[in-house]
Design a protein around this ligand. Structure first.
Ligand code: Z5A
Length: 212
């Protein structure tokens, strides 16, 4: 695949709750390292000290009630720091960067999910990070109920308080899933849709095949 980001390759994972992104990113990073690649894994919101501070404002229940534009600006403020201080330097050094979520999550969650203006999101995106985008995006697609079941289990096992977005209703999660699928269908050159209902091992194999 043609590389549009300097010398390294920028790969992102997207999907709804509990789709298995964290699990599969680890497998893909291990696989690429075995092949001799220098791999950096990161996540959004977050990835740098500044962006991790913004993450606390965005994903924790006590992080504050942001109006939609403020929330969008916070996601892109964190993203700009992430891109400028971590992702671009790593790509320039020849690393493969794998991020758990990127701007497609803002379009899906804030746009398709919450109904915030898609043109306004595109405008904020342009101001914040210009035309910078992933070379390859895996969309782990999972029926809403399956994803929420997995995610709730993981959160209760871990005793986490990062549940602000998980508590949203089923209709929201359906809009989210439909939004992700629509984006993937509109940009088939960048997206690979992976059936996340399959077993962890089957998904691992299909992701590696899609990398070839
Ligand atoms: N958000 C936003 O609104 N706008 C934005 O621009 C951005 C984010 C960037 C934080 O994201 C929240 O911020 C997120 C969107 C919002 N809201 N939510 N939800 P996050 O990435 O930190 O949180 P997450 O999406 O909820 O990730 P997650 O729950 O950690 O899911 P995951 O990483 O996709 O799945 P996992 O941890 O690999 O797996 C979940 C569980 O399922 C775990 O117990 C696994 O062992 C199990 N699992 C995984 N794969 C399988 C298969 N194939 N079968 C069975 N079980 C499996």
């Amino acid at each position: 695949m043609m590389n549009t980001n300097a010398t390294g390759r920028f790969i992102t994972f997207e999907g709804g709750e509990g789709a298995g992104k964290t699990t599969q990113i680890k497998f893909l990073a291990d696989h690429l390292r075995e092949q001799g690649h220098d791999v950096l894994t990161t996540r959004e919101p977050g990835g740098t000290p500044e962006a991790e501070k913004i993450r606390e404002l965005l994903v924790q229940q006590d992080g504050g009630n942001w109006d939609p534009l403020s929330e969008c600006l916070l996601f892109f403020t964190a993203r700009r720091m992430h891109v400028e201080t971590l992702i671009k330097p790593a790509l320039a050094a020849g690393k493969t960067v794998i991020s758990d979520r990127f701007f497609d999550s803002t379009i899906a969650y804030q746009g398709y999910g919450h109904g915030f203006d898609l043109d306004l999101i595109a405008h904020v995106q342009k101001i914040s990070i210009g035309d910078f985008k992933p070379d390859l995006t895996f969309l782990l697609d999972l029926p809403v109920e399956d994803g929420l079941r997995r995610s709730q289990k993981r959160l209760s096992d871990a005793g986490s308080n990062e549940d602000k977005f998980e508590n949203l209703d089923l209709a929201f999660h359906q809009r989210l899933r439909d939004g992700f699928l629509k984006m993937a269908q509109l940009d088939t050159a960048r997206f690979r849709i992976i059936d996340a209902k399959n077993s962890i091992e089957e998904i691992r194999k299909s992701i590696i095949e899609a990398m070839l």
